[in-house]
Design a binder for this molecule. Structure first.
Ligand code: PMP
Length: 389
C-alpha cells in the first residue's frame, strides 16, 4: 500500500491521488482531515522542534499520579476546557492516553468489579452506537467486561457500564443515560465531539468519567492523544495503571505537539485582536455549517435519502443560536432502496454500513463529513445526482 492508497471496508484498495468522476471516495472512516487547511495557515506558530537528546525519559512528572503526562499538556488541556466551558476540570484528575480509544479500555478496566471475574459486567450503549466500542471489547475476550449491546432494551437485573456518547457517533444526536434498570450502573461519557464546531456548548459537563480526544477537537488524529477527566481518584489511579501496563505511558513527542497546538488555539482567543487569521473554533464551525448546508441541499435534490434534523440551541461559547453539525451524516434511504451501503458503493462512495452500529436494518449508512475538500465537493456532486432506478 503506497501513501495514496488504503483499504476500503470491503477489502479493495482505493486511491486518492486523483479525483476523477470514477474515483472512489472514502467517506467510511472518521479521519478528520477537513481542518488541514487551517493548520497549514498556522504552520509556523504550531511548529515544534525536538532535539535529539530531549524527552528521553519514560517519566514526565513524578509528582503527578499520572506520571507520564507532561505538565504543559495538563495545563493546556485545563486552559482549553476553561476557555470553551465544555467540561469541569476543577478538583478532577486528568489521565492522558494513546487516543481516547486506549482510555475507553482503561475506563472499562477501572470501572469493572474485580470480585466477580467469572461474571463479566455488561457494557452497553443505545443503538446506533460507535462501532469501535463493541470491537474494542470483543477483541479482548475479557473476564471483567463484555459487550452487552443496545442500552435502550437493557433490562437485566445485573450491574452494567453505559457508554453515553454525546454528540453521538454515528447519528449526531445529543444523549443522556437511558438505562432504566434496578441494577446499579456506571457511566462513561464519551465527549469526543462536544466541541463548538460540532454542537452548541450548552452546559459545562461534570460527569464521573469523561473522555475527550485531540483527534476530534483539532483534527490531529495521528498524534494519538486523548484525555480522561475523572472525579474519583481510585478510578483515575486504575486508569493510569492500565495505560502503564499496556503502553508504559504516552509519547512525549505527541504530548509536546498537542500542548503546543492547544496553546496556539487558546492564545488566539486570549490575544484575539493581535491575530490576523480566523480563530480555530470560528473557522471550524463555519466550515461545518457550510458543509452541512451544502450536504442537506444535495440530499434534498436527489430525494434518495433523508438525513436527521438537529435541534437548535444557544451556544455559551460562541454566544449564538445554532444547530449541531456532526462529523458524520447518518443517512436513511427512501422506499425502493433496500441497501444504502450498496447504493452508494455503486456511485463509488464508500460509506460505513448501518448494521455496524447496531442499526436494525440496511437502510442506514454513515458518511464522514470531515473528508478533504476535493472529496467532499465530489461527494456533493454525486449525491445530488443520485437517482432511484
Ligand atoms: N469516541 C468516538 C465517539 C469516536 O468517534 C472516536 C474516533 N472515531 C473515538 C472515540 C476514538 O478517538 P481516538 O482517536 O482518540 O482514539
Amino acid at each position: 500500500i503506497n501513501n495514496n492508497c488504503f483499504p476500503c471496508s470491503n477489502g479493495t484498495t482505493i486511491s486518492l491521488s486523483t479525483l476523477s468522476p470514477n474515483s472512489i471516495i472514502d467517506a467510511q472512516k472518521g479521519d478528520p482531515l477537513a481542518f488541514e487547511s487551517y493548520w497549514k495557515q498556522m504552520s509556523d506558530e504550531c511548529t515544534v522542534v525536538i532535539k535529539g537528546w530531549e524527552l528521553m525519559s519514560y517519566y514526565s512528572d513524578s509528582s503527578n499520579m499520572c506520571w507520564f503526562m507532561l505538565p504543559e499538556l495538563r495545563d493546556e488541556i485545563e486552559r482549553l476546557h476553561h476557555l470553551v466551558g465544555n467540561a469541569v476540570t476543577k478538583d478532577k484528575y486528568i489521565v492522558v492516553g494513546n487516543g481516547s480509544s486506549q482510555l475507553f479500555q482503561a475506563a472499562l478496566f477501572a470501572l469493572s468489579p474485580l470480585d466477580v471475574p467469572d461474571h463479566p459486567i455488561n457494557v452497553i450503549s443505545p443503538t446506533p452506537y460507535y462501532s469501535e466500542y463493541k470491537n474494542a471489547i470483543n477483541i479482548l475476550h475479557s473476564r471483567m467486561f463484555q459487550w452487552g449491546g443496545d442500552a435502550a432494551v437493557y433490562d437485566k437485573n445485573e450491574s452494567y457500564i453505559e457508554v453515553v456518547t454525546s454528540p453521538n457517533n454515528p447519528d449526531g444526536t445529543l444523549r443522556v443515560p437511558v438505562v432504566n434498570s434496578a441494577a446499579k450502573g456506571k457511566l462513561i461519557h464519551d465527549l469526543a465531539y462536544y466541541w463548538p464546531q460540532y454542537t452548541p456548548i450548552t452546559y459545562e459537563a461534570d460527569h464521573d468519567v469523561m473522555l475527550f480526544t485531540f483527534s476530534k477537537c483539532t483534527g490531529h488524529a495521528g498524534s494519538r492523544i486523548g484525555w480522561a477527566i475523572v472525579k474519583d481518584i481510585e478510578v483515575a489511579k486504575k486508569m493510569v495503571t492500565f495505560v502503564q501496563s499496556s503502553s508504559m505511558g504516552v509519547s512525549k513527542e505527541s504530548q509536546t505537539r498537542a500542548a503546543k497546538i492547544i496553546g496556539v488555539i487558546c492564545d488566539g482567543y486570549q490575544n484575539f485582536k493581535s491575530i490576523e487569521s480566523e480563530l480555530f473554533f470560528e473557522y471550524s464551525k463555519r466550515l461545518m455549517r457550510e458543509r452541512w448546508e451544502n450536504f442537506r441541499g444535495a440530499v434534498e435534490q436527489s430525494k434518495v435519502f433523508t438525513v436527521t434534523k438537529y435541534p437548535r440551541a444557544y451556544c455559551n461559547f460562541t454566544n449564538e443560536i445554532s444547530e449541531t453539525y456532526p462529523s458524520f451524516a447518518w443517512l436513511k434511504c427512501e422506499e425502493g432502496i433496500e441497501n444504502a451501503y450498496n447504493f452508494l458503493r455503486k456511485m463509488n462512495i464508500c460509506a460505513r454500513e448501518g448494521e455496524r452500529f447496531g442499526a436494525a436494518d440496511s437502510k442506514y449508512v454513515r458518511v464522514s463529513m470531515l473528508v478533504m475538500e476535493d472529496e467532499f465537493n465530489e461527494l456533493l456532486k454525486r449525491l445530488s445526482n443520485a437517482k432511484i432506478e
